[in-house]
Design a protein around this ligand. Structure first.
Ligand code: ADP
Ligand code: MG
Length: 719
């Protein structure tokens, strides 16, 4: 089972990686992942891991950490508890006071220290410096000392403490203090910026209304309650301008609904009684009442939030690389610093203190902070931007995979076409009436959830001559054959029973039923119907290509991906006319679910670099085979949504191109950060070793680039 915990006061990514490793080492744990921005620890285990054993691990790595079970209801923008925000800002305030005090003391000691030289038996100036150092370095020294005897002692606190104390030892007091001051100032602003942006990313995807006005039973007076206390069947009143608290069906009132929080579509859609409405969307004009289909937990917006929260647990290869890199980078630089301090003096190339000073520059730039903070934040922002555009991305790894995509495969029905079928023709076999044919199809299709079945039955339900199973007092059971049709058992009250098969030619042939040739095959999707082995005839239905499918294909080609294919379970004639209309690179038709996967392997050469977009249960194997599987969220089957890497909420195929653009932008920002941060570090290591840059220039540059990286990363959220 997957569980999530709020983890606080964790300040370095190295420690996070170490905690992840240790938890993974516990029995029964299969996934342990920490998201620093969301402050969430995600664990997948057998459900037996105790909170205390997690706490033992986190505090052994970083003593100040706290771990609490993540309450899904807690507003995720704040830190969970009610008064913790105050704690956060008092923490920030005392940090400012401490930094400013240290700064003033330092300025005073530096400017007027000389005049106090004769105090305290000639140590007056020194005492002032020590005071400034004590105030500026205390929290860092404290943290360093706490982890001094753990395996994680080589952390940024230790490096800063060691560098500053060593600077004091060689008589560079002002340098020692400025290292600490800049370091803390930088950390302070980084935290602030990271906190700000992760909060604003969260608020983008969050659509949680505060209260729900509910009418229950006979009482006419609505009561206000939390959306999570709403039950299925409650009537909820929503005023104009308010957020709809839960999913449900419109009962009375007419209004327009702004669905942008869910789908990214900014044009409001009108809603009439009987229409489904979704929690988190905004009621624009009228007073409406809705019948709740469940509480907040069951609503689409809650499920989306949950997906986004767990999305960050699926780290991208770039993120993983940086965490691993950080683990080797720091020890390597420390080793290099030791060499710089020791080797040149031994070769009589200068004094020991001169080279020690240069080595300290290496120490202060050895913290990979800029990368480890800004990179996860960049991906997190990208995921936020995608969900604001109506695309759920299930992990940062999707962005990396999209980078290498060279072909896109679409399903046909429900993906490139609307999935709304109209009956074009019913052609009964000889000796069968069209009522008999329609009636049999209606019974059989009543057990199917396929778009085709839903459309046919909606149309037949309007007809006067065709009756529902309950009107005829028959019960229908049976099975659905994905990509082929249905095999239904119809039993009457009088004991009579029929096996009705409705589906494509393959399904009927498999069941030993011969299909009469059609003299007028004008194309279209065909459902053949048979009852107890007797062929009853065919129903030809037609679907329409989505309005934006052509634009989607063009935009994908504009993203540099020329190969756009279609894989369909439908007949060759229908598939080829859609492929021609959209100008696709190629297509395959009449495919069984597993044949879709093998067709993709054949056409794509490298399936890892292919994207598949589909909606049906018959698309599950191919969604899993493709490097990135994208499901249509509105029409799509549960299975397709579950198995995919990303979900398009409003079913528009154009969102595939939007996702490519967001992925490219996210990766661009992330790599800008990697290159800038590494570049600055290398530059100052070089300048430091040859003696051009001093300690405080190095720390200033390092902290500065870290801050810029965090600010840059926040841009991904606005993609
Ligand atoms: P696509 O792969 O293009 O999305 P589908 O896989 O959804 O198409 O459907 C493939 C074919 O399987 C349909 O064209 C139809 O012939 C048949 N089929 C699938 N489900 C049903 C059903 N419930 N009733 C009748 N035919 C069905
Ligand atoms: Mg389909």
């Amino acid at each position: 089972m997957t569980r999530r915990f709020r983890i606080e006061n964790l300040c370095c990514q190295g420690c996070a990686a170490m905690i992840e490793d240790k938890i993974l080492g516990l029995p029964g744990v299969s996934v342990a992942s920490i998201n620093m921005d969301a402050r969430v620890l995600t664990i997948e285990d057998d459900g037996l891991l105790a909170l205390d054993s997690i706490r033992v691990i986190t505090t052994s790595v970083e003593p100040d950490t706290t771990v609490t079970i993540l309450d899904l209801d807690a507003p995720s923008g704040s830190r969970g508890g009610n008064n913790e925000d105050d704690d956060g800002s008092t923490g920030a305030r005392s940090e400012i006071v401490s930094i400013v005090t240290a700064g003033l003391l330092f300025a005073f000691a530096h400017s007027f220290g000389g005049r106090f030289a004769h105090f305290l038996g000639g140590r007056g100036e020194l005492a002032l410096y020590w005071a400034a150092y004590a105030v500026s370095a205390y929290p860092v020294l404290r943290k360093a000392s706490r982890t001094l005897f753990s395996r994680n002692f080589l952390n940024e606190f230790f490096l800063m403490s060691f560098a500053s104390l060593a600077a004091i030892a060689i008589g560079e007091f002002p340098e020692a203090i400025s290292v600490m001051l800049f370091y803390r100032l930088g950390e302070f602003f980084q935290d602030l910026a990271a906190e700000r942006s992760s909060r604003s990313i969260r608020s983008l995807v969050e659509g949680k209304p505060a209260t729900a006005r509910v009418v229950r039973g006979e009482s006419a007076e609505p009561t206000e309650m939390s959306p999570k206390d709403v039950r299925k069947g409650d009537v909820v009143l929503v005023k104009p301008g308010e957020k709809i608290p839960v999913d449900g069906v419109l009962r009375s009132g007419v209004s327009r609904i702004d669905k942008s929080s869910l789908t990214g579509e900014s044009l409001p859609v009108s809603a009439l009684p009987g229409d489904a409405v979704f929690g988190g969307t905004v009621n624009m004009d009228g007073l409406i009442s809705i019948e709740a289909s469940g509480g907040y937990e069951d609503s689409s917006v809650a499920r989306i939030m949950e997906m986004v929260e767990s999305a960050v647990a699926h780290k991208s290869p770039t993120e993983r690389f940086i965490t691993t890199f950080a683990r080797y980078y720091t020890p390597a630089v420390v080793f290099a610093a030791t060499l710089v301090a020791v080797v040149p003096p031994l070769l009589s190339m200068g004094t020991f203190s001169q080279w020690l000073y240069r080595a300290l520059i290496l120490l202060v730039v050895s913290c990979p902070c800029a990368l480890v903070i800004s990179i996860p934040l960049g991906y997190f922002g990208g995921i936020g931007a995608a969900s604001r555009n109506g695309i759920l991305v299930k992990g940062g790894n999707v962005f990396d995979a999209l980078k290498f995509t060279d072909s896109v495969f679409f399903d046909k029905t429900g993906t490139l076409t609307r999935g709304v079928f109209e009956v074009a023709r019913t052609s009964p076999a000889k000796g069968v009436t069209s009522e008999e044919l329609g009636q049999a199809a209606f019974f059989a299709e009543s057990i199917s959830n396929h778009l085709l079945a839903r459309s046919i039955n909606a149309e037949f339900a309007q007809s006067d001559t065709i009756r529902t199973p309950s009107e005829c007092r028959v019960s229908v059971s049976g099975r659905e054959e994905p990509g082929r049709g249905v095999v239904a058992d119809v039993t009457g009250q009088d004991g009579g029973s029929w096996i009705i098969i409705a589906g494509n030619e393959t399904l009927l042939n498999e069941n030993g039923i011969a299909i009469a040739a059609d003299t007028d095959d004008s194309g279209g999707t065909v459902v053949h119907v048979a009852s107890n082995g007797r062929y009853l005839g065919r129903i030809t239905v037609s679907d329409m290509v989505r309005q934006d499918s052509a634009a989607a294909v063009k935009e994908i080609r504009d993203c540099g991906i020329d190969n756009v294919y279609m894989l369909s379970g439908d007949r060759e004639v229908v598939a080829s006319s859609v492929a021609r209309e959209l100008g696709l690179t190629g297509f395959r038709a009449e495919l069984m679910p597993d044949e879709k996967a093998s067709a993709l392997r054949e056409l794509a050469l490298d399936p890892g670099r292919a994207v598949f977009v589909g909606d049906g249960a018959n698309d599950a194997p191919v969604l899993a085979t493709a490097g990135v599987g994208i499901a249509m969220g509105g029409l799509g089957s549960e299975l397709a949504i579950e198995i995919s890497d990303a979900v398009i909420l409003d079913d528009s195929p154009r969102k595939v191109a939007a996702l490519f653009r967001i992925a490219a932008f996210t990766r661009k920002v992330v790599w800008q950060n990697i290159i800038a941060a590494m570049g600055i570090k290398m530059l100052f290591i070089g300048l430091g070793v040859v003696g051009i840059a001093g300690l405080w220039e190095a720390i200033f540059a390092d902290v500065g680039v870290a801050l810029l990286a965090v600010l840059n990363a926040a841009r991904t959220a606005k993609a």
